[in-house]
Design a protein around this ligand. Sequence first.
Ligand code: SAM
Length: 231
Amino acid sequence: MRIDIITVSPELIQSPFEYSILKRAQDKELVDIHFHNLRDFSLNKYGKIDDYQFGGGAGMVLMMEPIDKCLTKLIKERAYDEIIYMTPDAKTLDQSLANKLSSIENMIILTGHYKGVDQRVRDKFITKEVSIGDYVLSGGELAAAVLCDAVIRLIPGVLGDETSALTDSFQDNLLAPPVYTRPAEYDGLKVPEVLLSGNFPKIDEWRHEEALKRTKQIRPDLLNKDKNESQ
Ligand code: SAM
């Protein structure tokens, strides 16, 4: 998979890709990340990329021309399956969308700043808009990093067995059951007996019951959700 990320602050988004699973995915050549600084496509030598909004009001808006130049250059070079804009006024990212995006070949992620991007960019280029939650960040870089992490860890070969994504929360519309490691008893706190029994059908049953209990308590809405439902 190739991901092109367009940003006004590349330094804000690079470090999550330099460590751990995202770094290993690149080392294994399962994902190829490219950052594009919007200022390289600016209107003048001072790096102008934003302007006041028509109609007045606080906050600058990212102009269409630099984004158009950057996107047009990329689109000429290869076909993209999705051109995503990170924005709070969109449907919220969920596991189902992450699953779908993990099987595509090429995507562009546009991150906004200030008041966001000129609406005409969204109208002309964007194929999907994604929010990471009902709150407003200063820029789309952290949101794009969250989206990339959620997607990249699902690409076959990225995770080893020890971190299999299939048993994580949301894959079955359930929260994950509790997990324990050694020692079996710490300061009087014991690991549930069943996990030490070696009886794997029983362990699976216990995990399923615990996942169900936790989901009913914390996120009952998930139980009514269609498995394939997403944006
Ligand atoms: N004026 C916008 C609004 O009220 O919807 C908010 C703009 S925000 C200050 C600047 C940029 O941060 C956005 O263009 C977007 O790229 C990013 N951003 C902020 N919150 C986000 C969220 N919850 N999910 C995804 N991106 C977000």
